[in-house]
Design a protein around this ligand. Structure first.
Ligand SMILES: *Cc1c(COP(=O)(O)O)cnc(C)c1O
Length: 394
């Protein structure tokens, strides 16, 4: 039986390769950080992690995770509702609620799971879900799992969102769903205006704030804090796998009844293991750092501003904004890829993105700044862009 399937699978793999879409994993031989060791490339400066606050190998986070192995053991070997809830799981949920200004929070194994569970519990065939076209894959999949009528609006396009809302006024519930930050562009969703429309049409608002919580907003409360709409956003989903230590785990943070119902009905919560004790403890330490001082956020802001202004001065086309996702636009896919290759040879690790991840002729190198970078690191990255461009032209 397998022989014929094998032929088919090999053919599919060949198609992926010949389309230039085959993803090769780079092997790291070091912890995740600003400075990493990459197999085959040696010591390089890393500008493509979601390690925004530099907490992935922060000594306080690592120490808390180590201590938790002694205090709480290695694994839970249970889902939450049977015997998988330690007191620290509930503390972490409370601490996330405090950071986000929400009533309650429920942990999941990942944000992918959080988004996989939230829609089915809240929406059925009587309802309409209205989703930004550039929302994360986990939102798309989560929406597929619910029976609500689906509508898409053009990225951050309020006129189109209004049109979709107008077309769905006979639904029992309407839910607007958006990423807080769009990861390929670093653009923020206009939550103030989205919430105003939600008020007008009596719609729920869900924001996936994975690329914002911890560093966007005055206290790291994310895009709802940045736009002053924390009271109006009904549901925030997010990850512990980016700024907040970067290990794993996700959450839904929302109004009390929503979280209470998710604990009863969300399938990835009911049928998947509890977050590991050392990850819970490390994430709590990360939240201490986020809540305790503005230092990491300030360093991230300064590095982002430095990179953006130096790149503009060197004549590169960087999509505008203030987010540490800085897309350097090249248009042509081969050019972006060859610049990234040259930069890696120069000790700077960046990734080029092209179709189908971004539109055709909008190929780019996505640089992500971190609080762990020094000003000198940022200058080295800019210098590598300049010399790669010069080598291209030669
Ligand atoms: C990274 C990301 C996720 C997935 O988070 P995990 O916890 O790694 O599953 C979901 N949504 C968005 C918008 C993300 O950026």
């Amino acid at each position: 039986m397998y022989a014929s399937v094998q032929t088919q699978l090999r053919q599919t793999l060949d198609e992926i390769r010949s389309a230039g879409l085959y993803k090769q994993e780079r092997l790291l031989a070091s912890p995740q950080s600003a400075h990493i060791r990459a197999e085959g490339s040696g010591d390089v400066l890393n500008f493509c992690a979601n390690n925004y606050l530099g907490l992935a190998d922060h000594p306080d986070v690592v120490a808390a995770a180590k201590q938790a192995l002694d205090d709480w053991g290695f694994g839970m070997a249970s889902v939450r509702f049977i015997c998988g809830t330690q007191t620290q799981h509930t503390v972490l949920e409370q601490r996330l609620s405090r950071l986000l200004g929400t009533e309650a929070t429920i942990l999941f194994s990942s944000c992918f799971d959080a988004n996989g569970g939230v829609f089915e519990v809240l929406l059925d065939e009587r309802d309409v879900v209205i989703s930004d076209e550039l929302n994360h894959a986990s939102i798309i999949d989560g929406i597929r799992l619910c029976k609500a009528q689906r509508r898409r609006y053009r990225n951050r396009d309020l006129d189109d969102l209004r049109a979709q809302l107008e077309a769905s006024t006979d639904a029992r519930r309407r839910m607007i769903v958006t990423d807080g930050v769009f990861s390929m562009d670093g653009y923020l969703a206009p939550l103030d205006e989205i919430c105003a429309l939600a008020d007008e049409f009596d719609a729920l608002v869900l924001v996936d704030d994975s690329h914002a919580v911890g560093f966007v907003g005055a206290t790291g409360g994310g895009t709802p804090e940045h736009f002053g709409v924390r009271e109006r956003v009904d549901i925030v989903t997010g990850t512990l796998g980016k700024a907040l230590g970067g290990a794993s785990g996700g959450y839904v943070s929302a109004r009390a009844e929503i979280v209470e119902l998710l604990r009863q009905r969300a399938r990835p919560y009911l049928f998947s293991n509890a977050v590991a004790p050392s990850v819970v403890a490390g994430s709590l330490a990360a939240l201490d750092i986020v809540a305790g001082s503005d230092a990491a956020r300030a360093a991230l802001r300064e590095n982002t501003a430095l990179f953006r202004s130096r790149m503009a001065a060197e004549g590169f086309d960087v999509l505008r904004g203030e987010h540490p996702i800085c897309p350097v636009m090249f248009g042509d896919a081969r050019r972006a890829a060859s610049i990234a290759d040259r930069m890696l040879a120069d000790g700077i690790y960046v990734i080029a993105f092209s179709f189908p991840v971004v539109p055709r002729d909008r190929a780019r190198i996505r640089v992500q700044l971190s609080a762990a970078h020094s000003a000198e690191d940022v200058e080295r990255c800019v210098a590598a862009f300049v010399s790669a461009r010069a080598a291209e032209a030669a």
